[in-house]
Design a protein around this ligand. Structure first.
Ligand SMILES: *Cc1c(COP(=O)(O)O)cnc(C)c1O
Length: 417
């Protein structure tokens, strides 16, 4: 097509302006998580409460007593800020914090079982998305994996029989993202703890999500709490800061003081430690846990997980007309019952009743897939991308995590035709 000179110039200038803008803008941008997975690892897991954000800004913009003891005027310990509160909540003697739970597991293994054997059930050789696999982590920590039992059944006598002079650690890994059902047996924390005491070998439990409170009070399924695991006798427990805790990315290690001291003295600890901004956020979130009655209203992760269906239906009623109208002639939009999941591997089989926008493209037979992909791309190309999920030939936007309804509706006009 012939293009007139002024048209060409205008188009050219627009392209240049766009390219310059792109140079100065961040590639890390907020999105609407309408996937139905609340704690979505690829979408950054938990959103933080306002208190945590304030603390992060203060820590980021000021000098702080991060590792400075104000009383003695000497060097302090960055773990000291968190240790008391975490110990009070979990019943542990001591605690330390690192970059994430993968780092926590690596550090514990490397500290307590360097060049030694770690005994673990074949039913617990977990792979978490993104290449965290127990056998590989063992190797990276310079430990020898000593797998025992079978995939479905492992007994206390299997652990006992595997213990030898090279054993460094007994380990249990929470099978957070799968479940073995049917003819099964696994050994409880209390039994393993007894065996470990008898043999003088530490017992570590990697909880993965690790909740600080019993989630059943929010009508959510049971997930073992850190306190339960400590009470059952685990010497050390590792868990994530940004899964069911609802805080920033971090890995928390709690347990016996003597073992925590060893962990802290490992030179790797320095490489895996958290910065002041993460610490500030984690402290603020832990503080929120001191007031359990208001937990649900103050922790965004929990508010989303426990959001009542009636609240989600209200959101659906507010958005259905506008989305329908915007997609008129292109797709059919209905409100449908759907199921959300907790995410990040926690309780994969326990789904939560929810409501979603179900978008079915009006395409000729054989072109539905193509139309679906284009539609989903158009929503992902919005200024604040909308991420849903495709299933059964439809695009589904689970509305459980939609809070900013005005922001969602306000950008629909930018939806590509
Ligand atoms: C999620 C998980 C990890 C890894 O934790 P990150 O916070 O992702 O580093 C390790 N172990 C288990 C059992 C987990 O569920």
């Amino acid at each position: 097509m012939w293009v007139s000179e002024p048209d060409f110039l205008e188009e050219f200038c627009q392209q240049v302006a766009k390219a310059i803008e792109a140079q100065f803008s961040s590639t890390l941008i907020p999105v609407f998580n309408l996937t139905g997975t609340v704690i979505h690892t690829n979408l950054g897991r938990s959103s933080l409460p306002a208190e945590a954000v304030d603390s992060m800004v203060t820590a980021a913009t000021h000098a702080t007593n991060l590792e400075y003891d104000l009383l003695s005027g000497k060097r302090g310990d960055r773990d000291s800020h968190l240790e008391r509160a975490i110990c009070e909540m979990t019943g542990a003697e001591a605690a330390t914090v690192v970059n994430n739970n993968a780092a926590a597991v690596l550090l514990v293994l490397n500290t307590l079982a360097l060049n030694k054997e770690v005994i673990i059930s074949r039913g617990e050789l977990v792979e978490i998305g993104g290449a965290f696999r127990i056998p590989d982590v063992m190797e990276s920590a310079y430990c020898t994996l000593r797998e025992i039992g079978t995939t479905n059944r492992t007994h206390l006598k299997d652990y006992a029989a595997a213990i030898n002079s090279d054993t460094g650690l007994l380990m249990k890994v929470h099978t957070s993202n799968y479940e073995i059902r049917g003819f099964t047996n696994s050994v409880s924390e209390s039994d393993l703890s007894e065996l470990s005491k008898e043999k003088g070998i530490p017992f570590v439990s990697d909880l993965g999500s690790g909740s600080l409170v019993d989630l059943r009070q929010f009508n959510l399924p049971y997930e073992p709490t850190v306190k339960d695991t400590i009470d059952m006798g685990a010497d050390l427990v590792t868990f994530s800061g940004d899964k069911l805790l609802g805080g920033p990315q971090a890995g928390i290690i709690v347990g016996k003081r003597e073992l925590i001291e060893k962990v802290k003295n490992n030179p790797l600890k320095r490489a895996l430690r958290v910065d002041k901004i993460t610490l500030a956020a984690l402290l603020a979130v832990i503080n929120i846990y001191k007031d359990p009655d208001r937990l649900e209203s103050r922790l965004p992760m929990l508010a989303d997980l426990a959001r009542p269906v009636a609240g989600i239906e209200e959101v659906a009623a507010k958005v259905i007309a506008a989305v329908s109208e915007r997609l008129a002639g292109r797709a059919l939009v209905t409100v449908q019952a759907c199921k959300s999941q907790i995410g990040s591997g926690a309780l994969p089989l326990d789904l939560m009743e929810s409501r979603g926008l179900c978008i079915t493209p009006l395409a000729e037979k054989g072109k539905t897939d193509d139309a679906l992909q284009r539609l989903s791309l158009a929503f992902r190309a919005l200024p604040k991308p909308v991420i849903g999920r495709i299933s059964d030939g439809r695009l589904l936007f689970d509305l459980r995590c939609l809070r900013d309804v005005d922001g969602f509706l306000g950008q629909l006009d930018s939806l590509a035709g």
